[in-house]
Design a protein. Structure first.
Ligand SMILES: C[S@@+](CC[C@H](N)C(=O)[O-])C[C@H]1O[C@@H](n2cnc3c(N)ncnc32)[C@H](O)[C@@H]1O
Length: 277
């Protein structure tokens, strides 16, 4: 396990993932009843943008920093930037756990899984006083089988693996989704995935179409052409049981994100129902 998210925090991929996460949590908050969020690959929770790692790649400069300089943004992107700014006093970028914790209500719960010692210790420090949050040092895929459905019977699972296993990671995700969906068919599942070579995504998208899962929406942005296996050209979120009107919210956001984050004139976005109901 070599992956360290501190090199990538706040990059364009984090921006898409965290904006979709906010849209999902806000949609679920439309009902007052409690919900649970399970973040299967939680990371450290927050990242210094002044760290050696962040400065080495400088990826946040083509991510969250670009958005901070953009004008006339839709409301949800302002909400995202406000969440970042609250934690930006000492130049830190909030990871998915901190974004979710800021949005969840007193009666909601957040369950975080992380495999690495340092990241888990950081999560425990960060949330030591937040009784809504539970941190587990364990495999996130196994946790899906063990911890679902949550007692609230409402909520969201964010699956954000490092893809060190490359295309094999999609097979792990599919396996975990099958087991989780059997136990909790009405949960909302959001899977982040990298886009390098477009063809490599086809088996995963085909699988989603044929999986028997409902309301499967994919939202993608590409900052480069999607024709090279050698770099991260874009990324996507596949959402299962997508909440009502999420497609409308994302239809407003994706073109703005693709425009603001473009690194070539071939930048593009895509919003597609793989399974509509
Ligand atoms: C892309 S990062 C997560 C970023 C985080 N979700 C965010 O948006 O701020 C992936 C994390 O998954 C962790 N990880 C890798 N394999 C794992 C596994 N099998 N179970 C749980 N966590 C894992 C890595 O240590 C890394 O911190």
């Amino acid at each position: 396990m070599n992956y360290r998210h501190s090199y990538h925090a706040g990059n364009f991929a984090d921006v898409l993932k965290h904006v979709v996460l906010i849209a999902l949590i806000e949609a679920l908050k439309a009902k007052h009843t409690p919900m649970a969020v399970l973040d299967t690959h939680a990371g450290a929770g927050e990242y210094s943008l002044a760290s050696e790692e962040a400065l080495k790649t400088g990826e946040f400069r083509d991510g969250v920093l670009r958005l901070m300089h953009a004008e006339r943004l839709p409301t949800l992107l302002h909400a995202y930037l406000n969440l970042v700014r609250v934690h930006n006093g000492v130049q830190t970028y909030p990871g998915s756990p901190l974004i979710a914790a800021q949005l969840l209500r007193d009666h909601d719960r957040l369950v975080l899984c992380e495999i690495q010692d340092e990241e888990t210790a950081a999560l425990r420090r960060l949330f030591s006083r937040d009784t809504r949050v539970a941190v587990h040092q364990r495999d996130g895929y196994q946790a899906m089988a063990a911890l679902l459905p949550p007692k609230e019977k409402r909520g969201l699972v964010l699956i954000d693996p490092p893809f060190e296993a490359q295309e094999q990671e999609f097979r792990f995700i599919e396996e975990a989704l099958v087991a989780a969906h059997k136990r909790w068919p009405t949960g909302v599942y959001a899977v982040w995935y990298p886009i390098k070579l477009r063809q490599s995504l086809l088996p995963f998208h085909r699988w989603l179409k044929e999986s028997g899962m409902r309301k499967v929406l994919v939202a993608e942005i590409c900052v480069h052409p999607d024709n090279s296996a050698l770099r991260l050209n874009g990324c996507g979120m596949a959402i299962i049981n997508a909440p009502y009107r999420l497609d409308r919210t994302l239809a407003e956001l994706l073109p703005v994100l693709a425009g603001a984050l473009a690194q070539s004139r071939y930048a593009q976005h895509r919003l597609e129902w793989l399974v509509e109901d």
